[in-house]
Design a binder for this molecule. Structure first.
Ligand code: NOJ
Length: 755
């Protein structure tokens, strides 16, 4: 029965993809019946119970593995509102029973977990899914995650993470949608639709939690937990749009970030929480802190002690506290001292109850454990494989080395070729390596002509003991496929890196194989872009698969052998070296833009050269001014030509729509997928604008030789921006426009916006 239900849900989702997505949004506006119900409940609750609703606890166990006596007492008194990471079904059932049957007002508990890119069936990491430029894929990932996780009693996930990030050193870029706010918006809303489904109170829906609010991805130097210093206009133009998209899609909850924003920690930031989120946006779900992020305002140097931290967070409008217990310890006292108003606490509780009601927890507090959960359904595995193919980016393919022939003799090498755990990536508490299909598994299943030698046992391995056998295998083969990268633990929370190259002796392994003269295909599995500019000549083809998830192996096999084509495009600029970071396509032009004509590389500067301003433009002497690969870049197994860009009206007023078409021709010998990207530049404005901004794109499939005329429409209102004066501007003037296959190319045109 459960299986049928799952299959039907997925079919329904796929059928709905053609529909107007707005119809799937959950109503955000509170309705009066709901509010009356909340108020009636609230009026019966004691101060202790109200504070209890704000408590999200991290554990329920005693040392002997049972439920601790303290927790039992706390629940009976109504002192706990939610749990995270409680997974034992018996514990969950009993905790809920205690809450519903024995606490004063029977308010149910909501169980939460980080279900980020899959529960059991793991999809590519979120940065990978963003590389698909396919919001339906993100929606499917969210839906499958919910279908699986809700069977284990989880009704609240801490996702999507939508922190725009311009610095790949940051370990959590792996969880993010990348560097572009527009792509971030699409992906953010899609995850919310997927997790929350059509109705939050369906038993297979989870409340989503958009995080980390705000500017966590702008951590200085890419160092996790670090400060974000940015102008409010940047916050509004770059950081907030994906959050707004989640709100528009009806996201139920929001998580604050660990960092301080312009000197004020996010968890005590009343501008972000009260003014923007609850005020301007009118968010009616609830806000949860991150793990201990309220009490961490003490080391931040913002709160003097735990009580002060509680006072700051509560007055900033933070509804629920994760794991630390400052609210429980101090809110009552703060209310008595007049430092925090009970009426504000009532609002926190209203927000929390509202989501519990919408989740249907009052009517159906218990998980149905009568039939065993069904995971890794065939449809789920197929969806994960499709997602891995759509997410993979072909970075290099000299002389069309790929796809390989079935008869090609392959030396399959590398520490990640057969590592079920590693290919799942970060934040996969529940994915099992025993269910993961590796590249070696897929080569075996596909009866490829191959010989596997690991070369290194893990990505940080420094031992060259296996190099000889790897070299021998390469010498006897037509092609060496090296599966290298980062183990899962090298990205994600607290796992920033100063260098973002292949760790351990992987580069030495590549060099040893390159010396054999056998062509090399490098398959990268990693949580971020990996630099290889300095030895790129040793590589004939490079396929970036991110951490591809449970079905990574079969997806990679299909792509290597041309059964499928890698369809992804970079959602983040790929640097030549970490020294270029932060690096992003939508930068400003500067007064001295870099150019090939003015650039004088380090080795061309004469010894004892006279100080002059010749060549003084915005570049690095050693690595120039271009990335290794721009945002939006990615190859396929065919080639394309863009031609005949036509902008319908060259003069537009502010209510208008930019209408533009371009011809796209598949000039290669096989069918393929292309992502045609439309960028604009506001050439002169009252606040300087980026050299390019992505405004829309289309994914198209073309047969060999086929030409399609693609039509794009961009409402002029999408050209507005928040200026240095914090006003929204839509300014008359000339705009450049490009349509092409990455942020540094394309057919160019221009149009005029008139007052
Ligand atoms: C800390 C992380 O920053 C956050 O993303 C996560 O959801 C919580 N811990 C809960 O695990």
């Amino acid at each position: 029965m459960k299986q049928l239900f799952i299959a039907l849900s997925l079919l329904f989702l796929i059928a709905c993809q053609a529909e107007d997505k707005s119809s799937k949004q959950i109503k955000k506006t509170s309705n009066s019946a709901e509010e009356q119900r909340i108020d009636a409940l609230l009026s019966k609750m004691s101060l202790e119970e109200k504070i209890g609703q704000t408590a999200l606890r991290g554990s329920s166990s005693s040392s002997d593995g049972g439920i601790s006596e303290e927790i039992i007492e706390d629940i009976r008194a109504g002192r706990i509102g939610a749990f995270l990471n409680v997974m034992d079904p018996e514990h969950m059932q009993e905790l809920q029973r205690l809450s519903v049957e024995e606490s004063p007002n029977g308010v149910p508990i909501v169980f939460a977990r980080d279900v980020i890119h899959g529960f059991k069936t793991i999809f590519p990491i979120p940065l990978g899914l963003a590389a698909s430029w396919d919001d339906e894929q993100a929606e499917i990932c969210g839906r499958v995650s919910s279908i699986e996780a809700t069977q284990a009693g989880i009704r609240w996930t801490f996702a999507p993470m939508v922190d725009i990030c311009r610095d790949s050193r940051w370990g959590r870029i792996s969880e993010s949608p990348g560097e572009d706010p527009y792509l971030g918006e699409l992906i953010s809303a899609a995850y919310v639709r997927g997790f929350q489904g059509d109705s939050l109170n369906a038993p297979d829906a989870m409340a989503a939690c958009v995080k980390h609010y705000a500017a966590y991805g702008a951590a200085v130097g890419g160092r996790d937990y670090n400060s974000a210093e940015l102008h409010e206009s940047q916050l509004r133009n770059m950081i907030l749009p994906p959050f707004q998209a989640a709100f528009d899609a009806g996201v139920a909850t929001v998580m604050t970030s660990f960092n301080d924003v312009n000197g004020v920690p996010a968890s005590g930031n009343s501008f972000l929480l009260k003014d923007v989120l609850k005020g301007e946006i009118g968010f009616d779900g609830f806000i949860v802190s991150d793990w201990n992020s309220i009490t961490e305002m003490i080391p931040h140097g913002f709160a003097a002690d735990e009580k002060h931290a509680a006072e700051l967070a509560a007055n900033a409008g933070l509804d629920m506290e994760m794991t630390s217990e400052s609210y429980e310890n101090h809110l009552e006292e703060l209310i008595k001292e007049g430092k925090f108003k009970e009426a504000e606490l009532d609002d926190f509780v209203r927000n929390i109850l509202r989501i519990k009601i919408r989740l249907g927890l009052f009517e159906n507090p218990y998980t149905d454990w009568s039939t065993p959960p069904v995971y890794y359904e065939e449809e789920h595995m197929a969806a994960a494989k499709t997602a891995a193919i759509k997410s993979s980016v072909l970075l290099k393919n000299n002389k069309s080395l790929l796809p390989l022939q079935q008869s090609t003799k392959v030396a399959l090498i590398g520490p990640l070729a057969d590592k079920g755990h590693e290919q799942l990536g970060t934040w996969t508490f529940d994915g099992e390596k025993t269910k993961t299909q590796t590249v070696v598994d897929a080569f075996e299943a596909g009866e490829a002509n191959f010989n596997f030698v690991e070369g290194l046992t893990h990505s940080r391995d420094m031992s060259e003991d296996q190099f000889k056998s790897a070299v021998r295998a390469a010498k006897r083969s037509d092609v060496a496929v090296i599966v290298a990268g980062e183990e899962a633990i090298l990205s994600g929370e607290a796992h920033s890196r100063a260098k973002i190259n292949l760790p351990g002796a992987q580069e030495a392994l590549i060099e040893a194989i390159a010396e054999t003269g056998t062509p090399i295909v490098l398959v990268i599995m990693a949580g971020r872009p990996i630099t290889y500019f300095d030895y790129q000549d040793q590589l004939d083809a490079v396929l970036m698969t991110w951490h591809p998830g449970t079905m990574g192996g079969p997806a990679i096999y299909d792509m290597l052998y041309g059964i499928a084509e890698p369809e992804g495009r970079l959602p983040v600029t790929w640097p030549k070296t970490a020294g270029q970071l932060p690096l992003y396509y939508n930068h400003k032009n500067t007064g001295r833009p870099a150019s090939a004509e003015s650039f004088v590389p380090m080795n061309k500067i004469p010894v004892e050269a006279w100080q002059s301003s010749l060549g003084n433009t915005s570049h690095y002497l050693d690595y120039g001014f271009t990335p290794h690969y721009p945002f939006g870049y990615g190859l396929g197994y065919t080639t394309y030509k863009y031609s005949n860009l036509v902008i319908a009206e060259k003069q537009l007023d502010k209510d208008g729509t930019v209408k533009v078409s371009v011809d796209l021709t598949n000039t290669g010998s096989r069918a393929g997928h292309e992502i045609a990207q439309l960028y604009v530049q506001d050439i002169t404005a009252s606040t300087t604008r980026p050299v390019r901004e992505l405004k829309t794109f289309q994914k198209v499939k073309l047969k060999s030789g086929e030409t399609k005329t693609l039509s794009f429409e961009v409402p002029v209102s999408d050209l507005s921006f928040v200026g240095a004066d914090l006003e929204t501007h839509l300014e008359a003037g000339t705009f450049n426009l490009w349509i092409g296959n990455n942020a540094m190319s394309g057919q160019k045109g221009s149009f005029e916006l008139v007052d």
